[in-house]
Design a protein around this ligand. Structure first.
Ligand SMILES: CC(C)(COP(=O)(O)OP(=O)(O)OC[C@H]1O[C@@H](n2cnc3c(N)ncnc32)[C@H](O)[C@@H]1OP(=O)(O)O)[C@@H](O)C(=O)NCCC(=O)NCCS
Length: 182
């Protein structure tokens, strides 16, 4: 199966909603193992989070299917004009970078990569890099948050992204911002 063709396509929010069950199942498989070690409680929050994110303006998703099975996906949204000082996601980002640097790096709608995941059984076959590239192909600037020193950070490094210091606490973990074109 390893060499069967992978079909990559872009979906809008309503088409992606139809895949909610398979996306959240893939998410559990990708985030349960190290380095994320997501708990059952965190995994149980995935469908609700995704449904909320599907409502964000400009939502875009990429899927990778092999032999009819979802093996990878990535999605994201254009960020706001100016990231707010409030909110469970933005507040720690602004605190870590400082207001001025947050404005310099992240203002004016850079594309936010919200999720990138590949089925552990099909990782290290170039699927993650291919779907990330397709997701940001139209973006001149993009950013995301991930775990430092992880397989994901290797993908970003291999795809021309740059890490930004400092690392900071979020989601009960130490995380790092990566930027593209910034
Ligand atoms: C991150 C993730 C999506 C990568 O998917 P993938 O399909 O395995 O990545 P690719 O095969 O496209 O890898 C591209 C390059 O990244 C690097 N890379 C990927 N995984 C790596 C690993 N485990 N160790 C070292 N380098 C790695 C390599 O340079 C690789 O190219 P190469 O195989 O030609 O050397 C996958 O590991 C995953 O789903 N992880 C769990 C969820 C996650 O961390 N998502 C990102 C959150 S922001």
């Amino acid at each position: 199966m390893r060499h069967t063709r992978v079909d990559i396509e872009e979906l809008d929010a309503s088409a992606y909603l139809d895949l909610l069950a398979s996306v959240t199942a893939l998410q559990a498989d990708a985030y349960r193992p190290p380095p994320w070690n997501y708990s059952d409680e965190e995994i149980a929050e995935f469908p609700g989070e995704l449904e909320r994110q599907l409502g964000f303006p400009g939502f875009r998703a990429i899927t990778a299917h092999r032999a009819g099975r979802l093996v990878g996906t990535a999605y994201g949204v254009p960020g706001p004009e100016r990231i707010p000082n409030s909110g469970a996601f933005y507040r720690p980002v602004v605190t870590a970078l400082g207001r001025h640097r947050a404005d310099v790096l992240l203002s004016d709608h850079p594309f936010e990569v919200v999720q990138l995941m590949v089925d552990p059984a099909t990782q290290r076959q170039g699927i993650g890099r291919a779907i990330l590239q397709r997701l940001v192909v139209k973006a001149t600037r993009a950013w995301l948050v991930t775990l430092p020193d992880s397989p994901a950070s290797q993908v970003y490094l291999a795809s021309g992204w740059q890490p930004q210091r400092p690392r900071f606490p979020l989601w009960g973990r130490e995380v790092e911002i990566w930027t593209l074109g910034i």
